[in-house]
Write a protein that binds this ligand. Structure first.
Ligand SMILES: Cc1ncc(COP(=O)(O)O)c(C=O)c1O
Length: 418
């Protein structure tokens, strides 16, 4: 068998499961919402129904739907009472919003490195990052695997910190017998188009705290309060409401979540067991307390020395073998131009001079960004066990033909940082 990159037959020619998944159920519900004439969140029933169902599936009494998973972090931070120049601990390996929402609250993101095996915030490093100004921690359930919440909550309790789970990747995931989204004081989910539950855009905050829920509800609705007048505004806030069409789609998508999550989790565990057998491949390590991984991403670390060939070559070879894949984030968050150059607009004006993200060291996230991380998207895990066998077979083929792959000329990667 010759590598597909060198003209051989690819391991896979059929496409993987497509995303998003929808059928007549979404069409009917959308049409019903359309014909009702109640298109806004405050007129219709779709968003309200979705909030109640999503919250209860995630072990919470309250769900407050919002426009997206960036706004949900912002609303959660505002509801938690984060004030100007407070410090908020965030992982260095995550989507920009986890930290930019902190800046948008006029607070200071403090980056803590991840554990190299789980890709989640390393709880052993949190304590050292806490200062008298620290007010909150945002652990991310990266790729859909709950962060080490026991340890995070222990630090939070001892230092009186608010914990906001960034559960954008983790609808349906579980930690012991508790769903992701019910583990901290507040949690934030995203329904952007790539996410496991999607309406193109959207987000929700979940909580079991009545006062925090009330604050979130007011902040997402222009500072209005329950029983107040339409033009009566109590707190600094915005219009972050989700619309009824998205609510309609999300209600249908929610009907599919349980089954899809079981499929992804089953396939993800099987694929991890196959790939772990190859030298130098380290699928995301899964602590026993993760009872359900939602696999928004299937992630693995490629130890280049042991596998024998660089990530760029492996990715190019995988694509040629018919396996869509990516290297994920190109930078740890503190190395992003936004933070290196502190381009914070009107935020953090009085302290920006003393902040220096160029000095922040996060060697684990730097290593996975620069040379080790490989991502497979969640839809690849929605298919059959044979699909997983094809992915594993492609990795095995590439490993077997590493010498041939090393000799190929590849185009130079396109990444720059100022
Ligand atoms: C970890 C994480 N947090 C927050 C967000 C922001 O969500 P949204 O795109 O819905 O604003 C995303 C991704 O999109 C994410 O991956």
């Amino acid at each position: 068998m010759t590598l597909a990159l060198r003209g051989g037959s690819p391991v896979r020619t059929r496409p993987f499961s497509s995303w998003p998944v929808f059928d007549g159920a979404e069409e009917a519900r959308l049409l019903r919402a359309l014909r009702s004439g109640n298109w806004g969140r405050l007129d219709g029933q779709e968003v309200a129904e979705f909030e109640a169902r999503f919250a209860s599936m995630h072990g919470c009494r309250h769900g407050i739907a919002v426009a997206n998973g960036t706004v949900s972090l912002r609303v959660a931070l505002l509801a938690a009472g984060i004030r100007a120049e407070d410090e908020v601990i965030v992982p260095s390996y995550t989507f920009v919003s986890t930290a930019s929402a902190v800046v948008e609250s006029n607070a200071i993101p403090v980056f803590v490195d991840i554990d190299l095996d789980t890709f989640n915030l390393d709880p052993r490093r949190i304590e050292a990052a806490v200062t008298p100004r620290t007010k909150a921690i945002i652990p991310v359930h990266f790729a859909g695997q709950p962060a080490e919440m026991q340890a995070v909550m222990d630090v939070a309790r001892s230092r009186d910190l608010v914990v906001i789970e960034d559960a954008a990747h983790a609808p349906g995931a579980a930690y012991g017998d508790r769903p992701a989204g019910s583990l901290g004081h507040l949690a934030s989910f995203s329904f952007q188009s790539s996410k496991n539950l999607t309406a193109g855009e959207g987000g929700i905050i979940t909580t079991n705290d009545d006062a925090l829920a009330e604050a979130c509800r007011s902040i997402q609705n222009c500072g209005r309060i329950e029983g107040g007048l339409w033009y009566e505004h109590h707190v600094m806030s915005g219009n972050y409401r989700l619309g009824e069409f998205q609510g309609a789609v999300l209600n249908c998508q929610l009907d599919r979540l349980e089954e899809q999550t079981c499929t992804r989790d089953r396939n993800g565990q099987y694929l991890a067991s196959r790939l772990a057998a190859l030298p130098g491949l380290h699928p995301q390590a899964r602590p026993a307390i993760c009872t359900r991984h939602s696999y928004h991403l299937f992630m693995l670390r490629l130890d280049v020395e042991r596998f024998g060939v660089s990530r760029e070559r492996v990715l190019a070879a995988l694509e040629a073998e018919g396996i869509p894949c990516s290297s994920g984030y190109g930078f740890s968050l503190p190395a992003q131009p936004l933070f290196r150059n502190k381009v914070f607009g009107p935020y953090l004006h009085d302290v920006v001079e003393r902040l220096d993200y160029r000095r922040v060291r996060c060697p684990n996230s730097d290593l996975v960004c620069a040379e080790q991380c490989v991502w497979l998207a969640q839809n690849l895990l929605l298919g059959s066990r044979e699909d997983m066998d094809d992915i594993a077979a492609a990795f095995e083929k590439i490993h077997e033909h590493q010498e041939a792959l090393k000799e190929l000329r590849l185009p130079a990667p396109k990444t720059t940082v100022s």
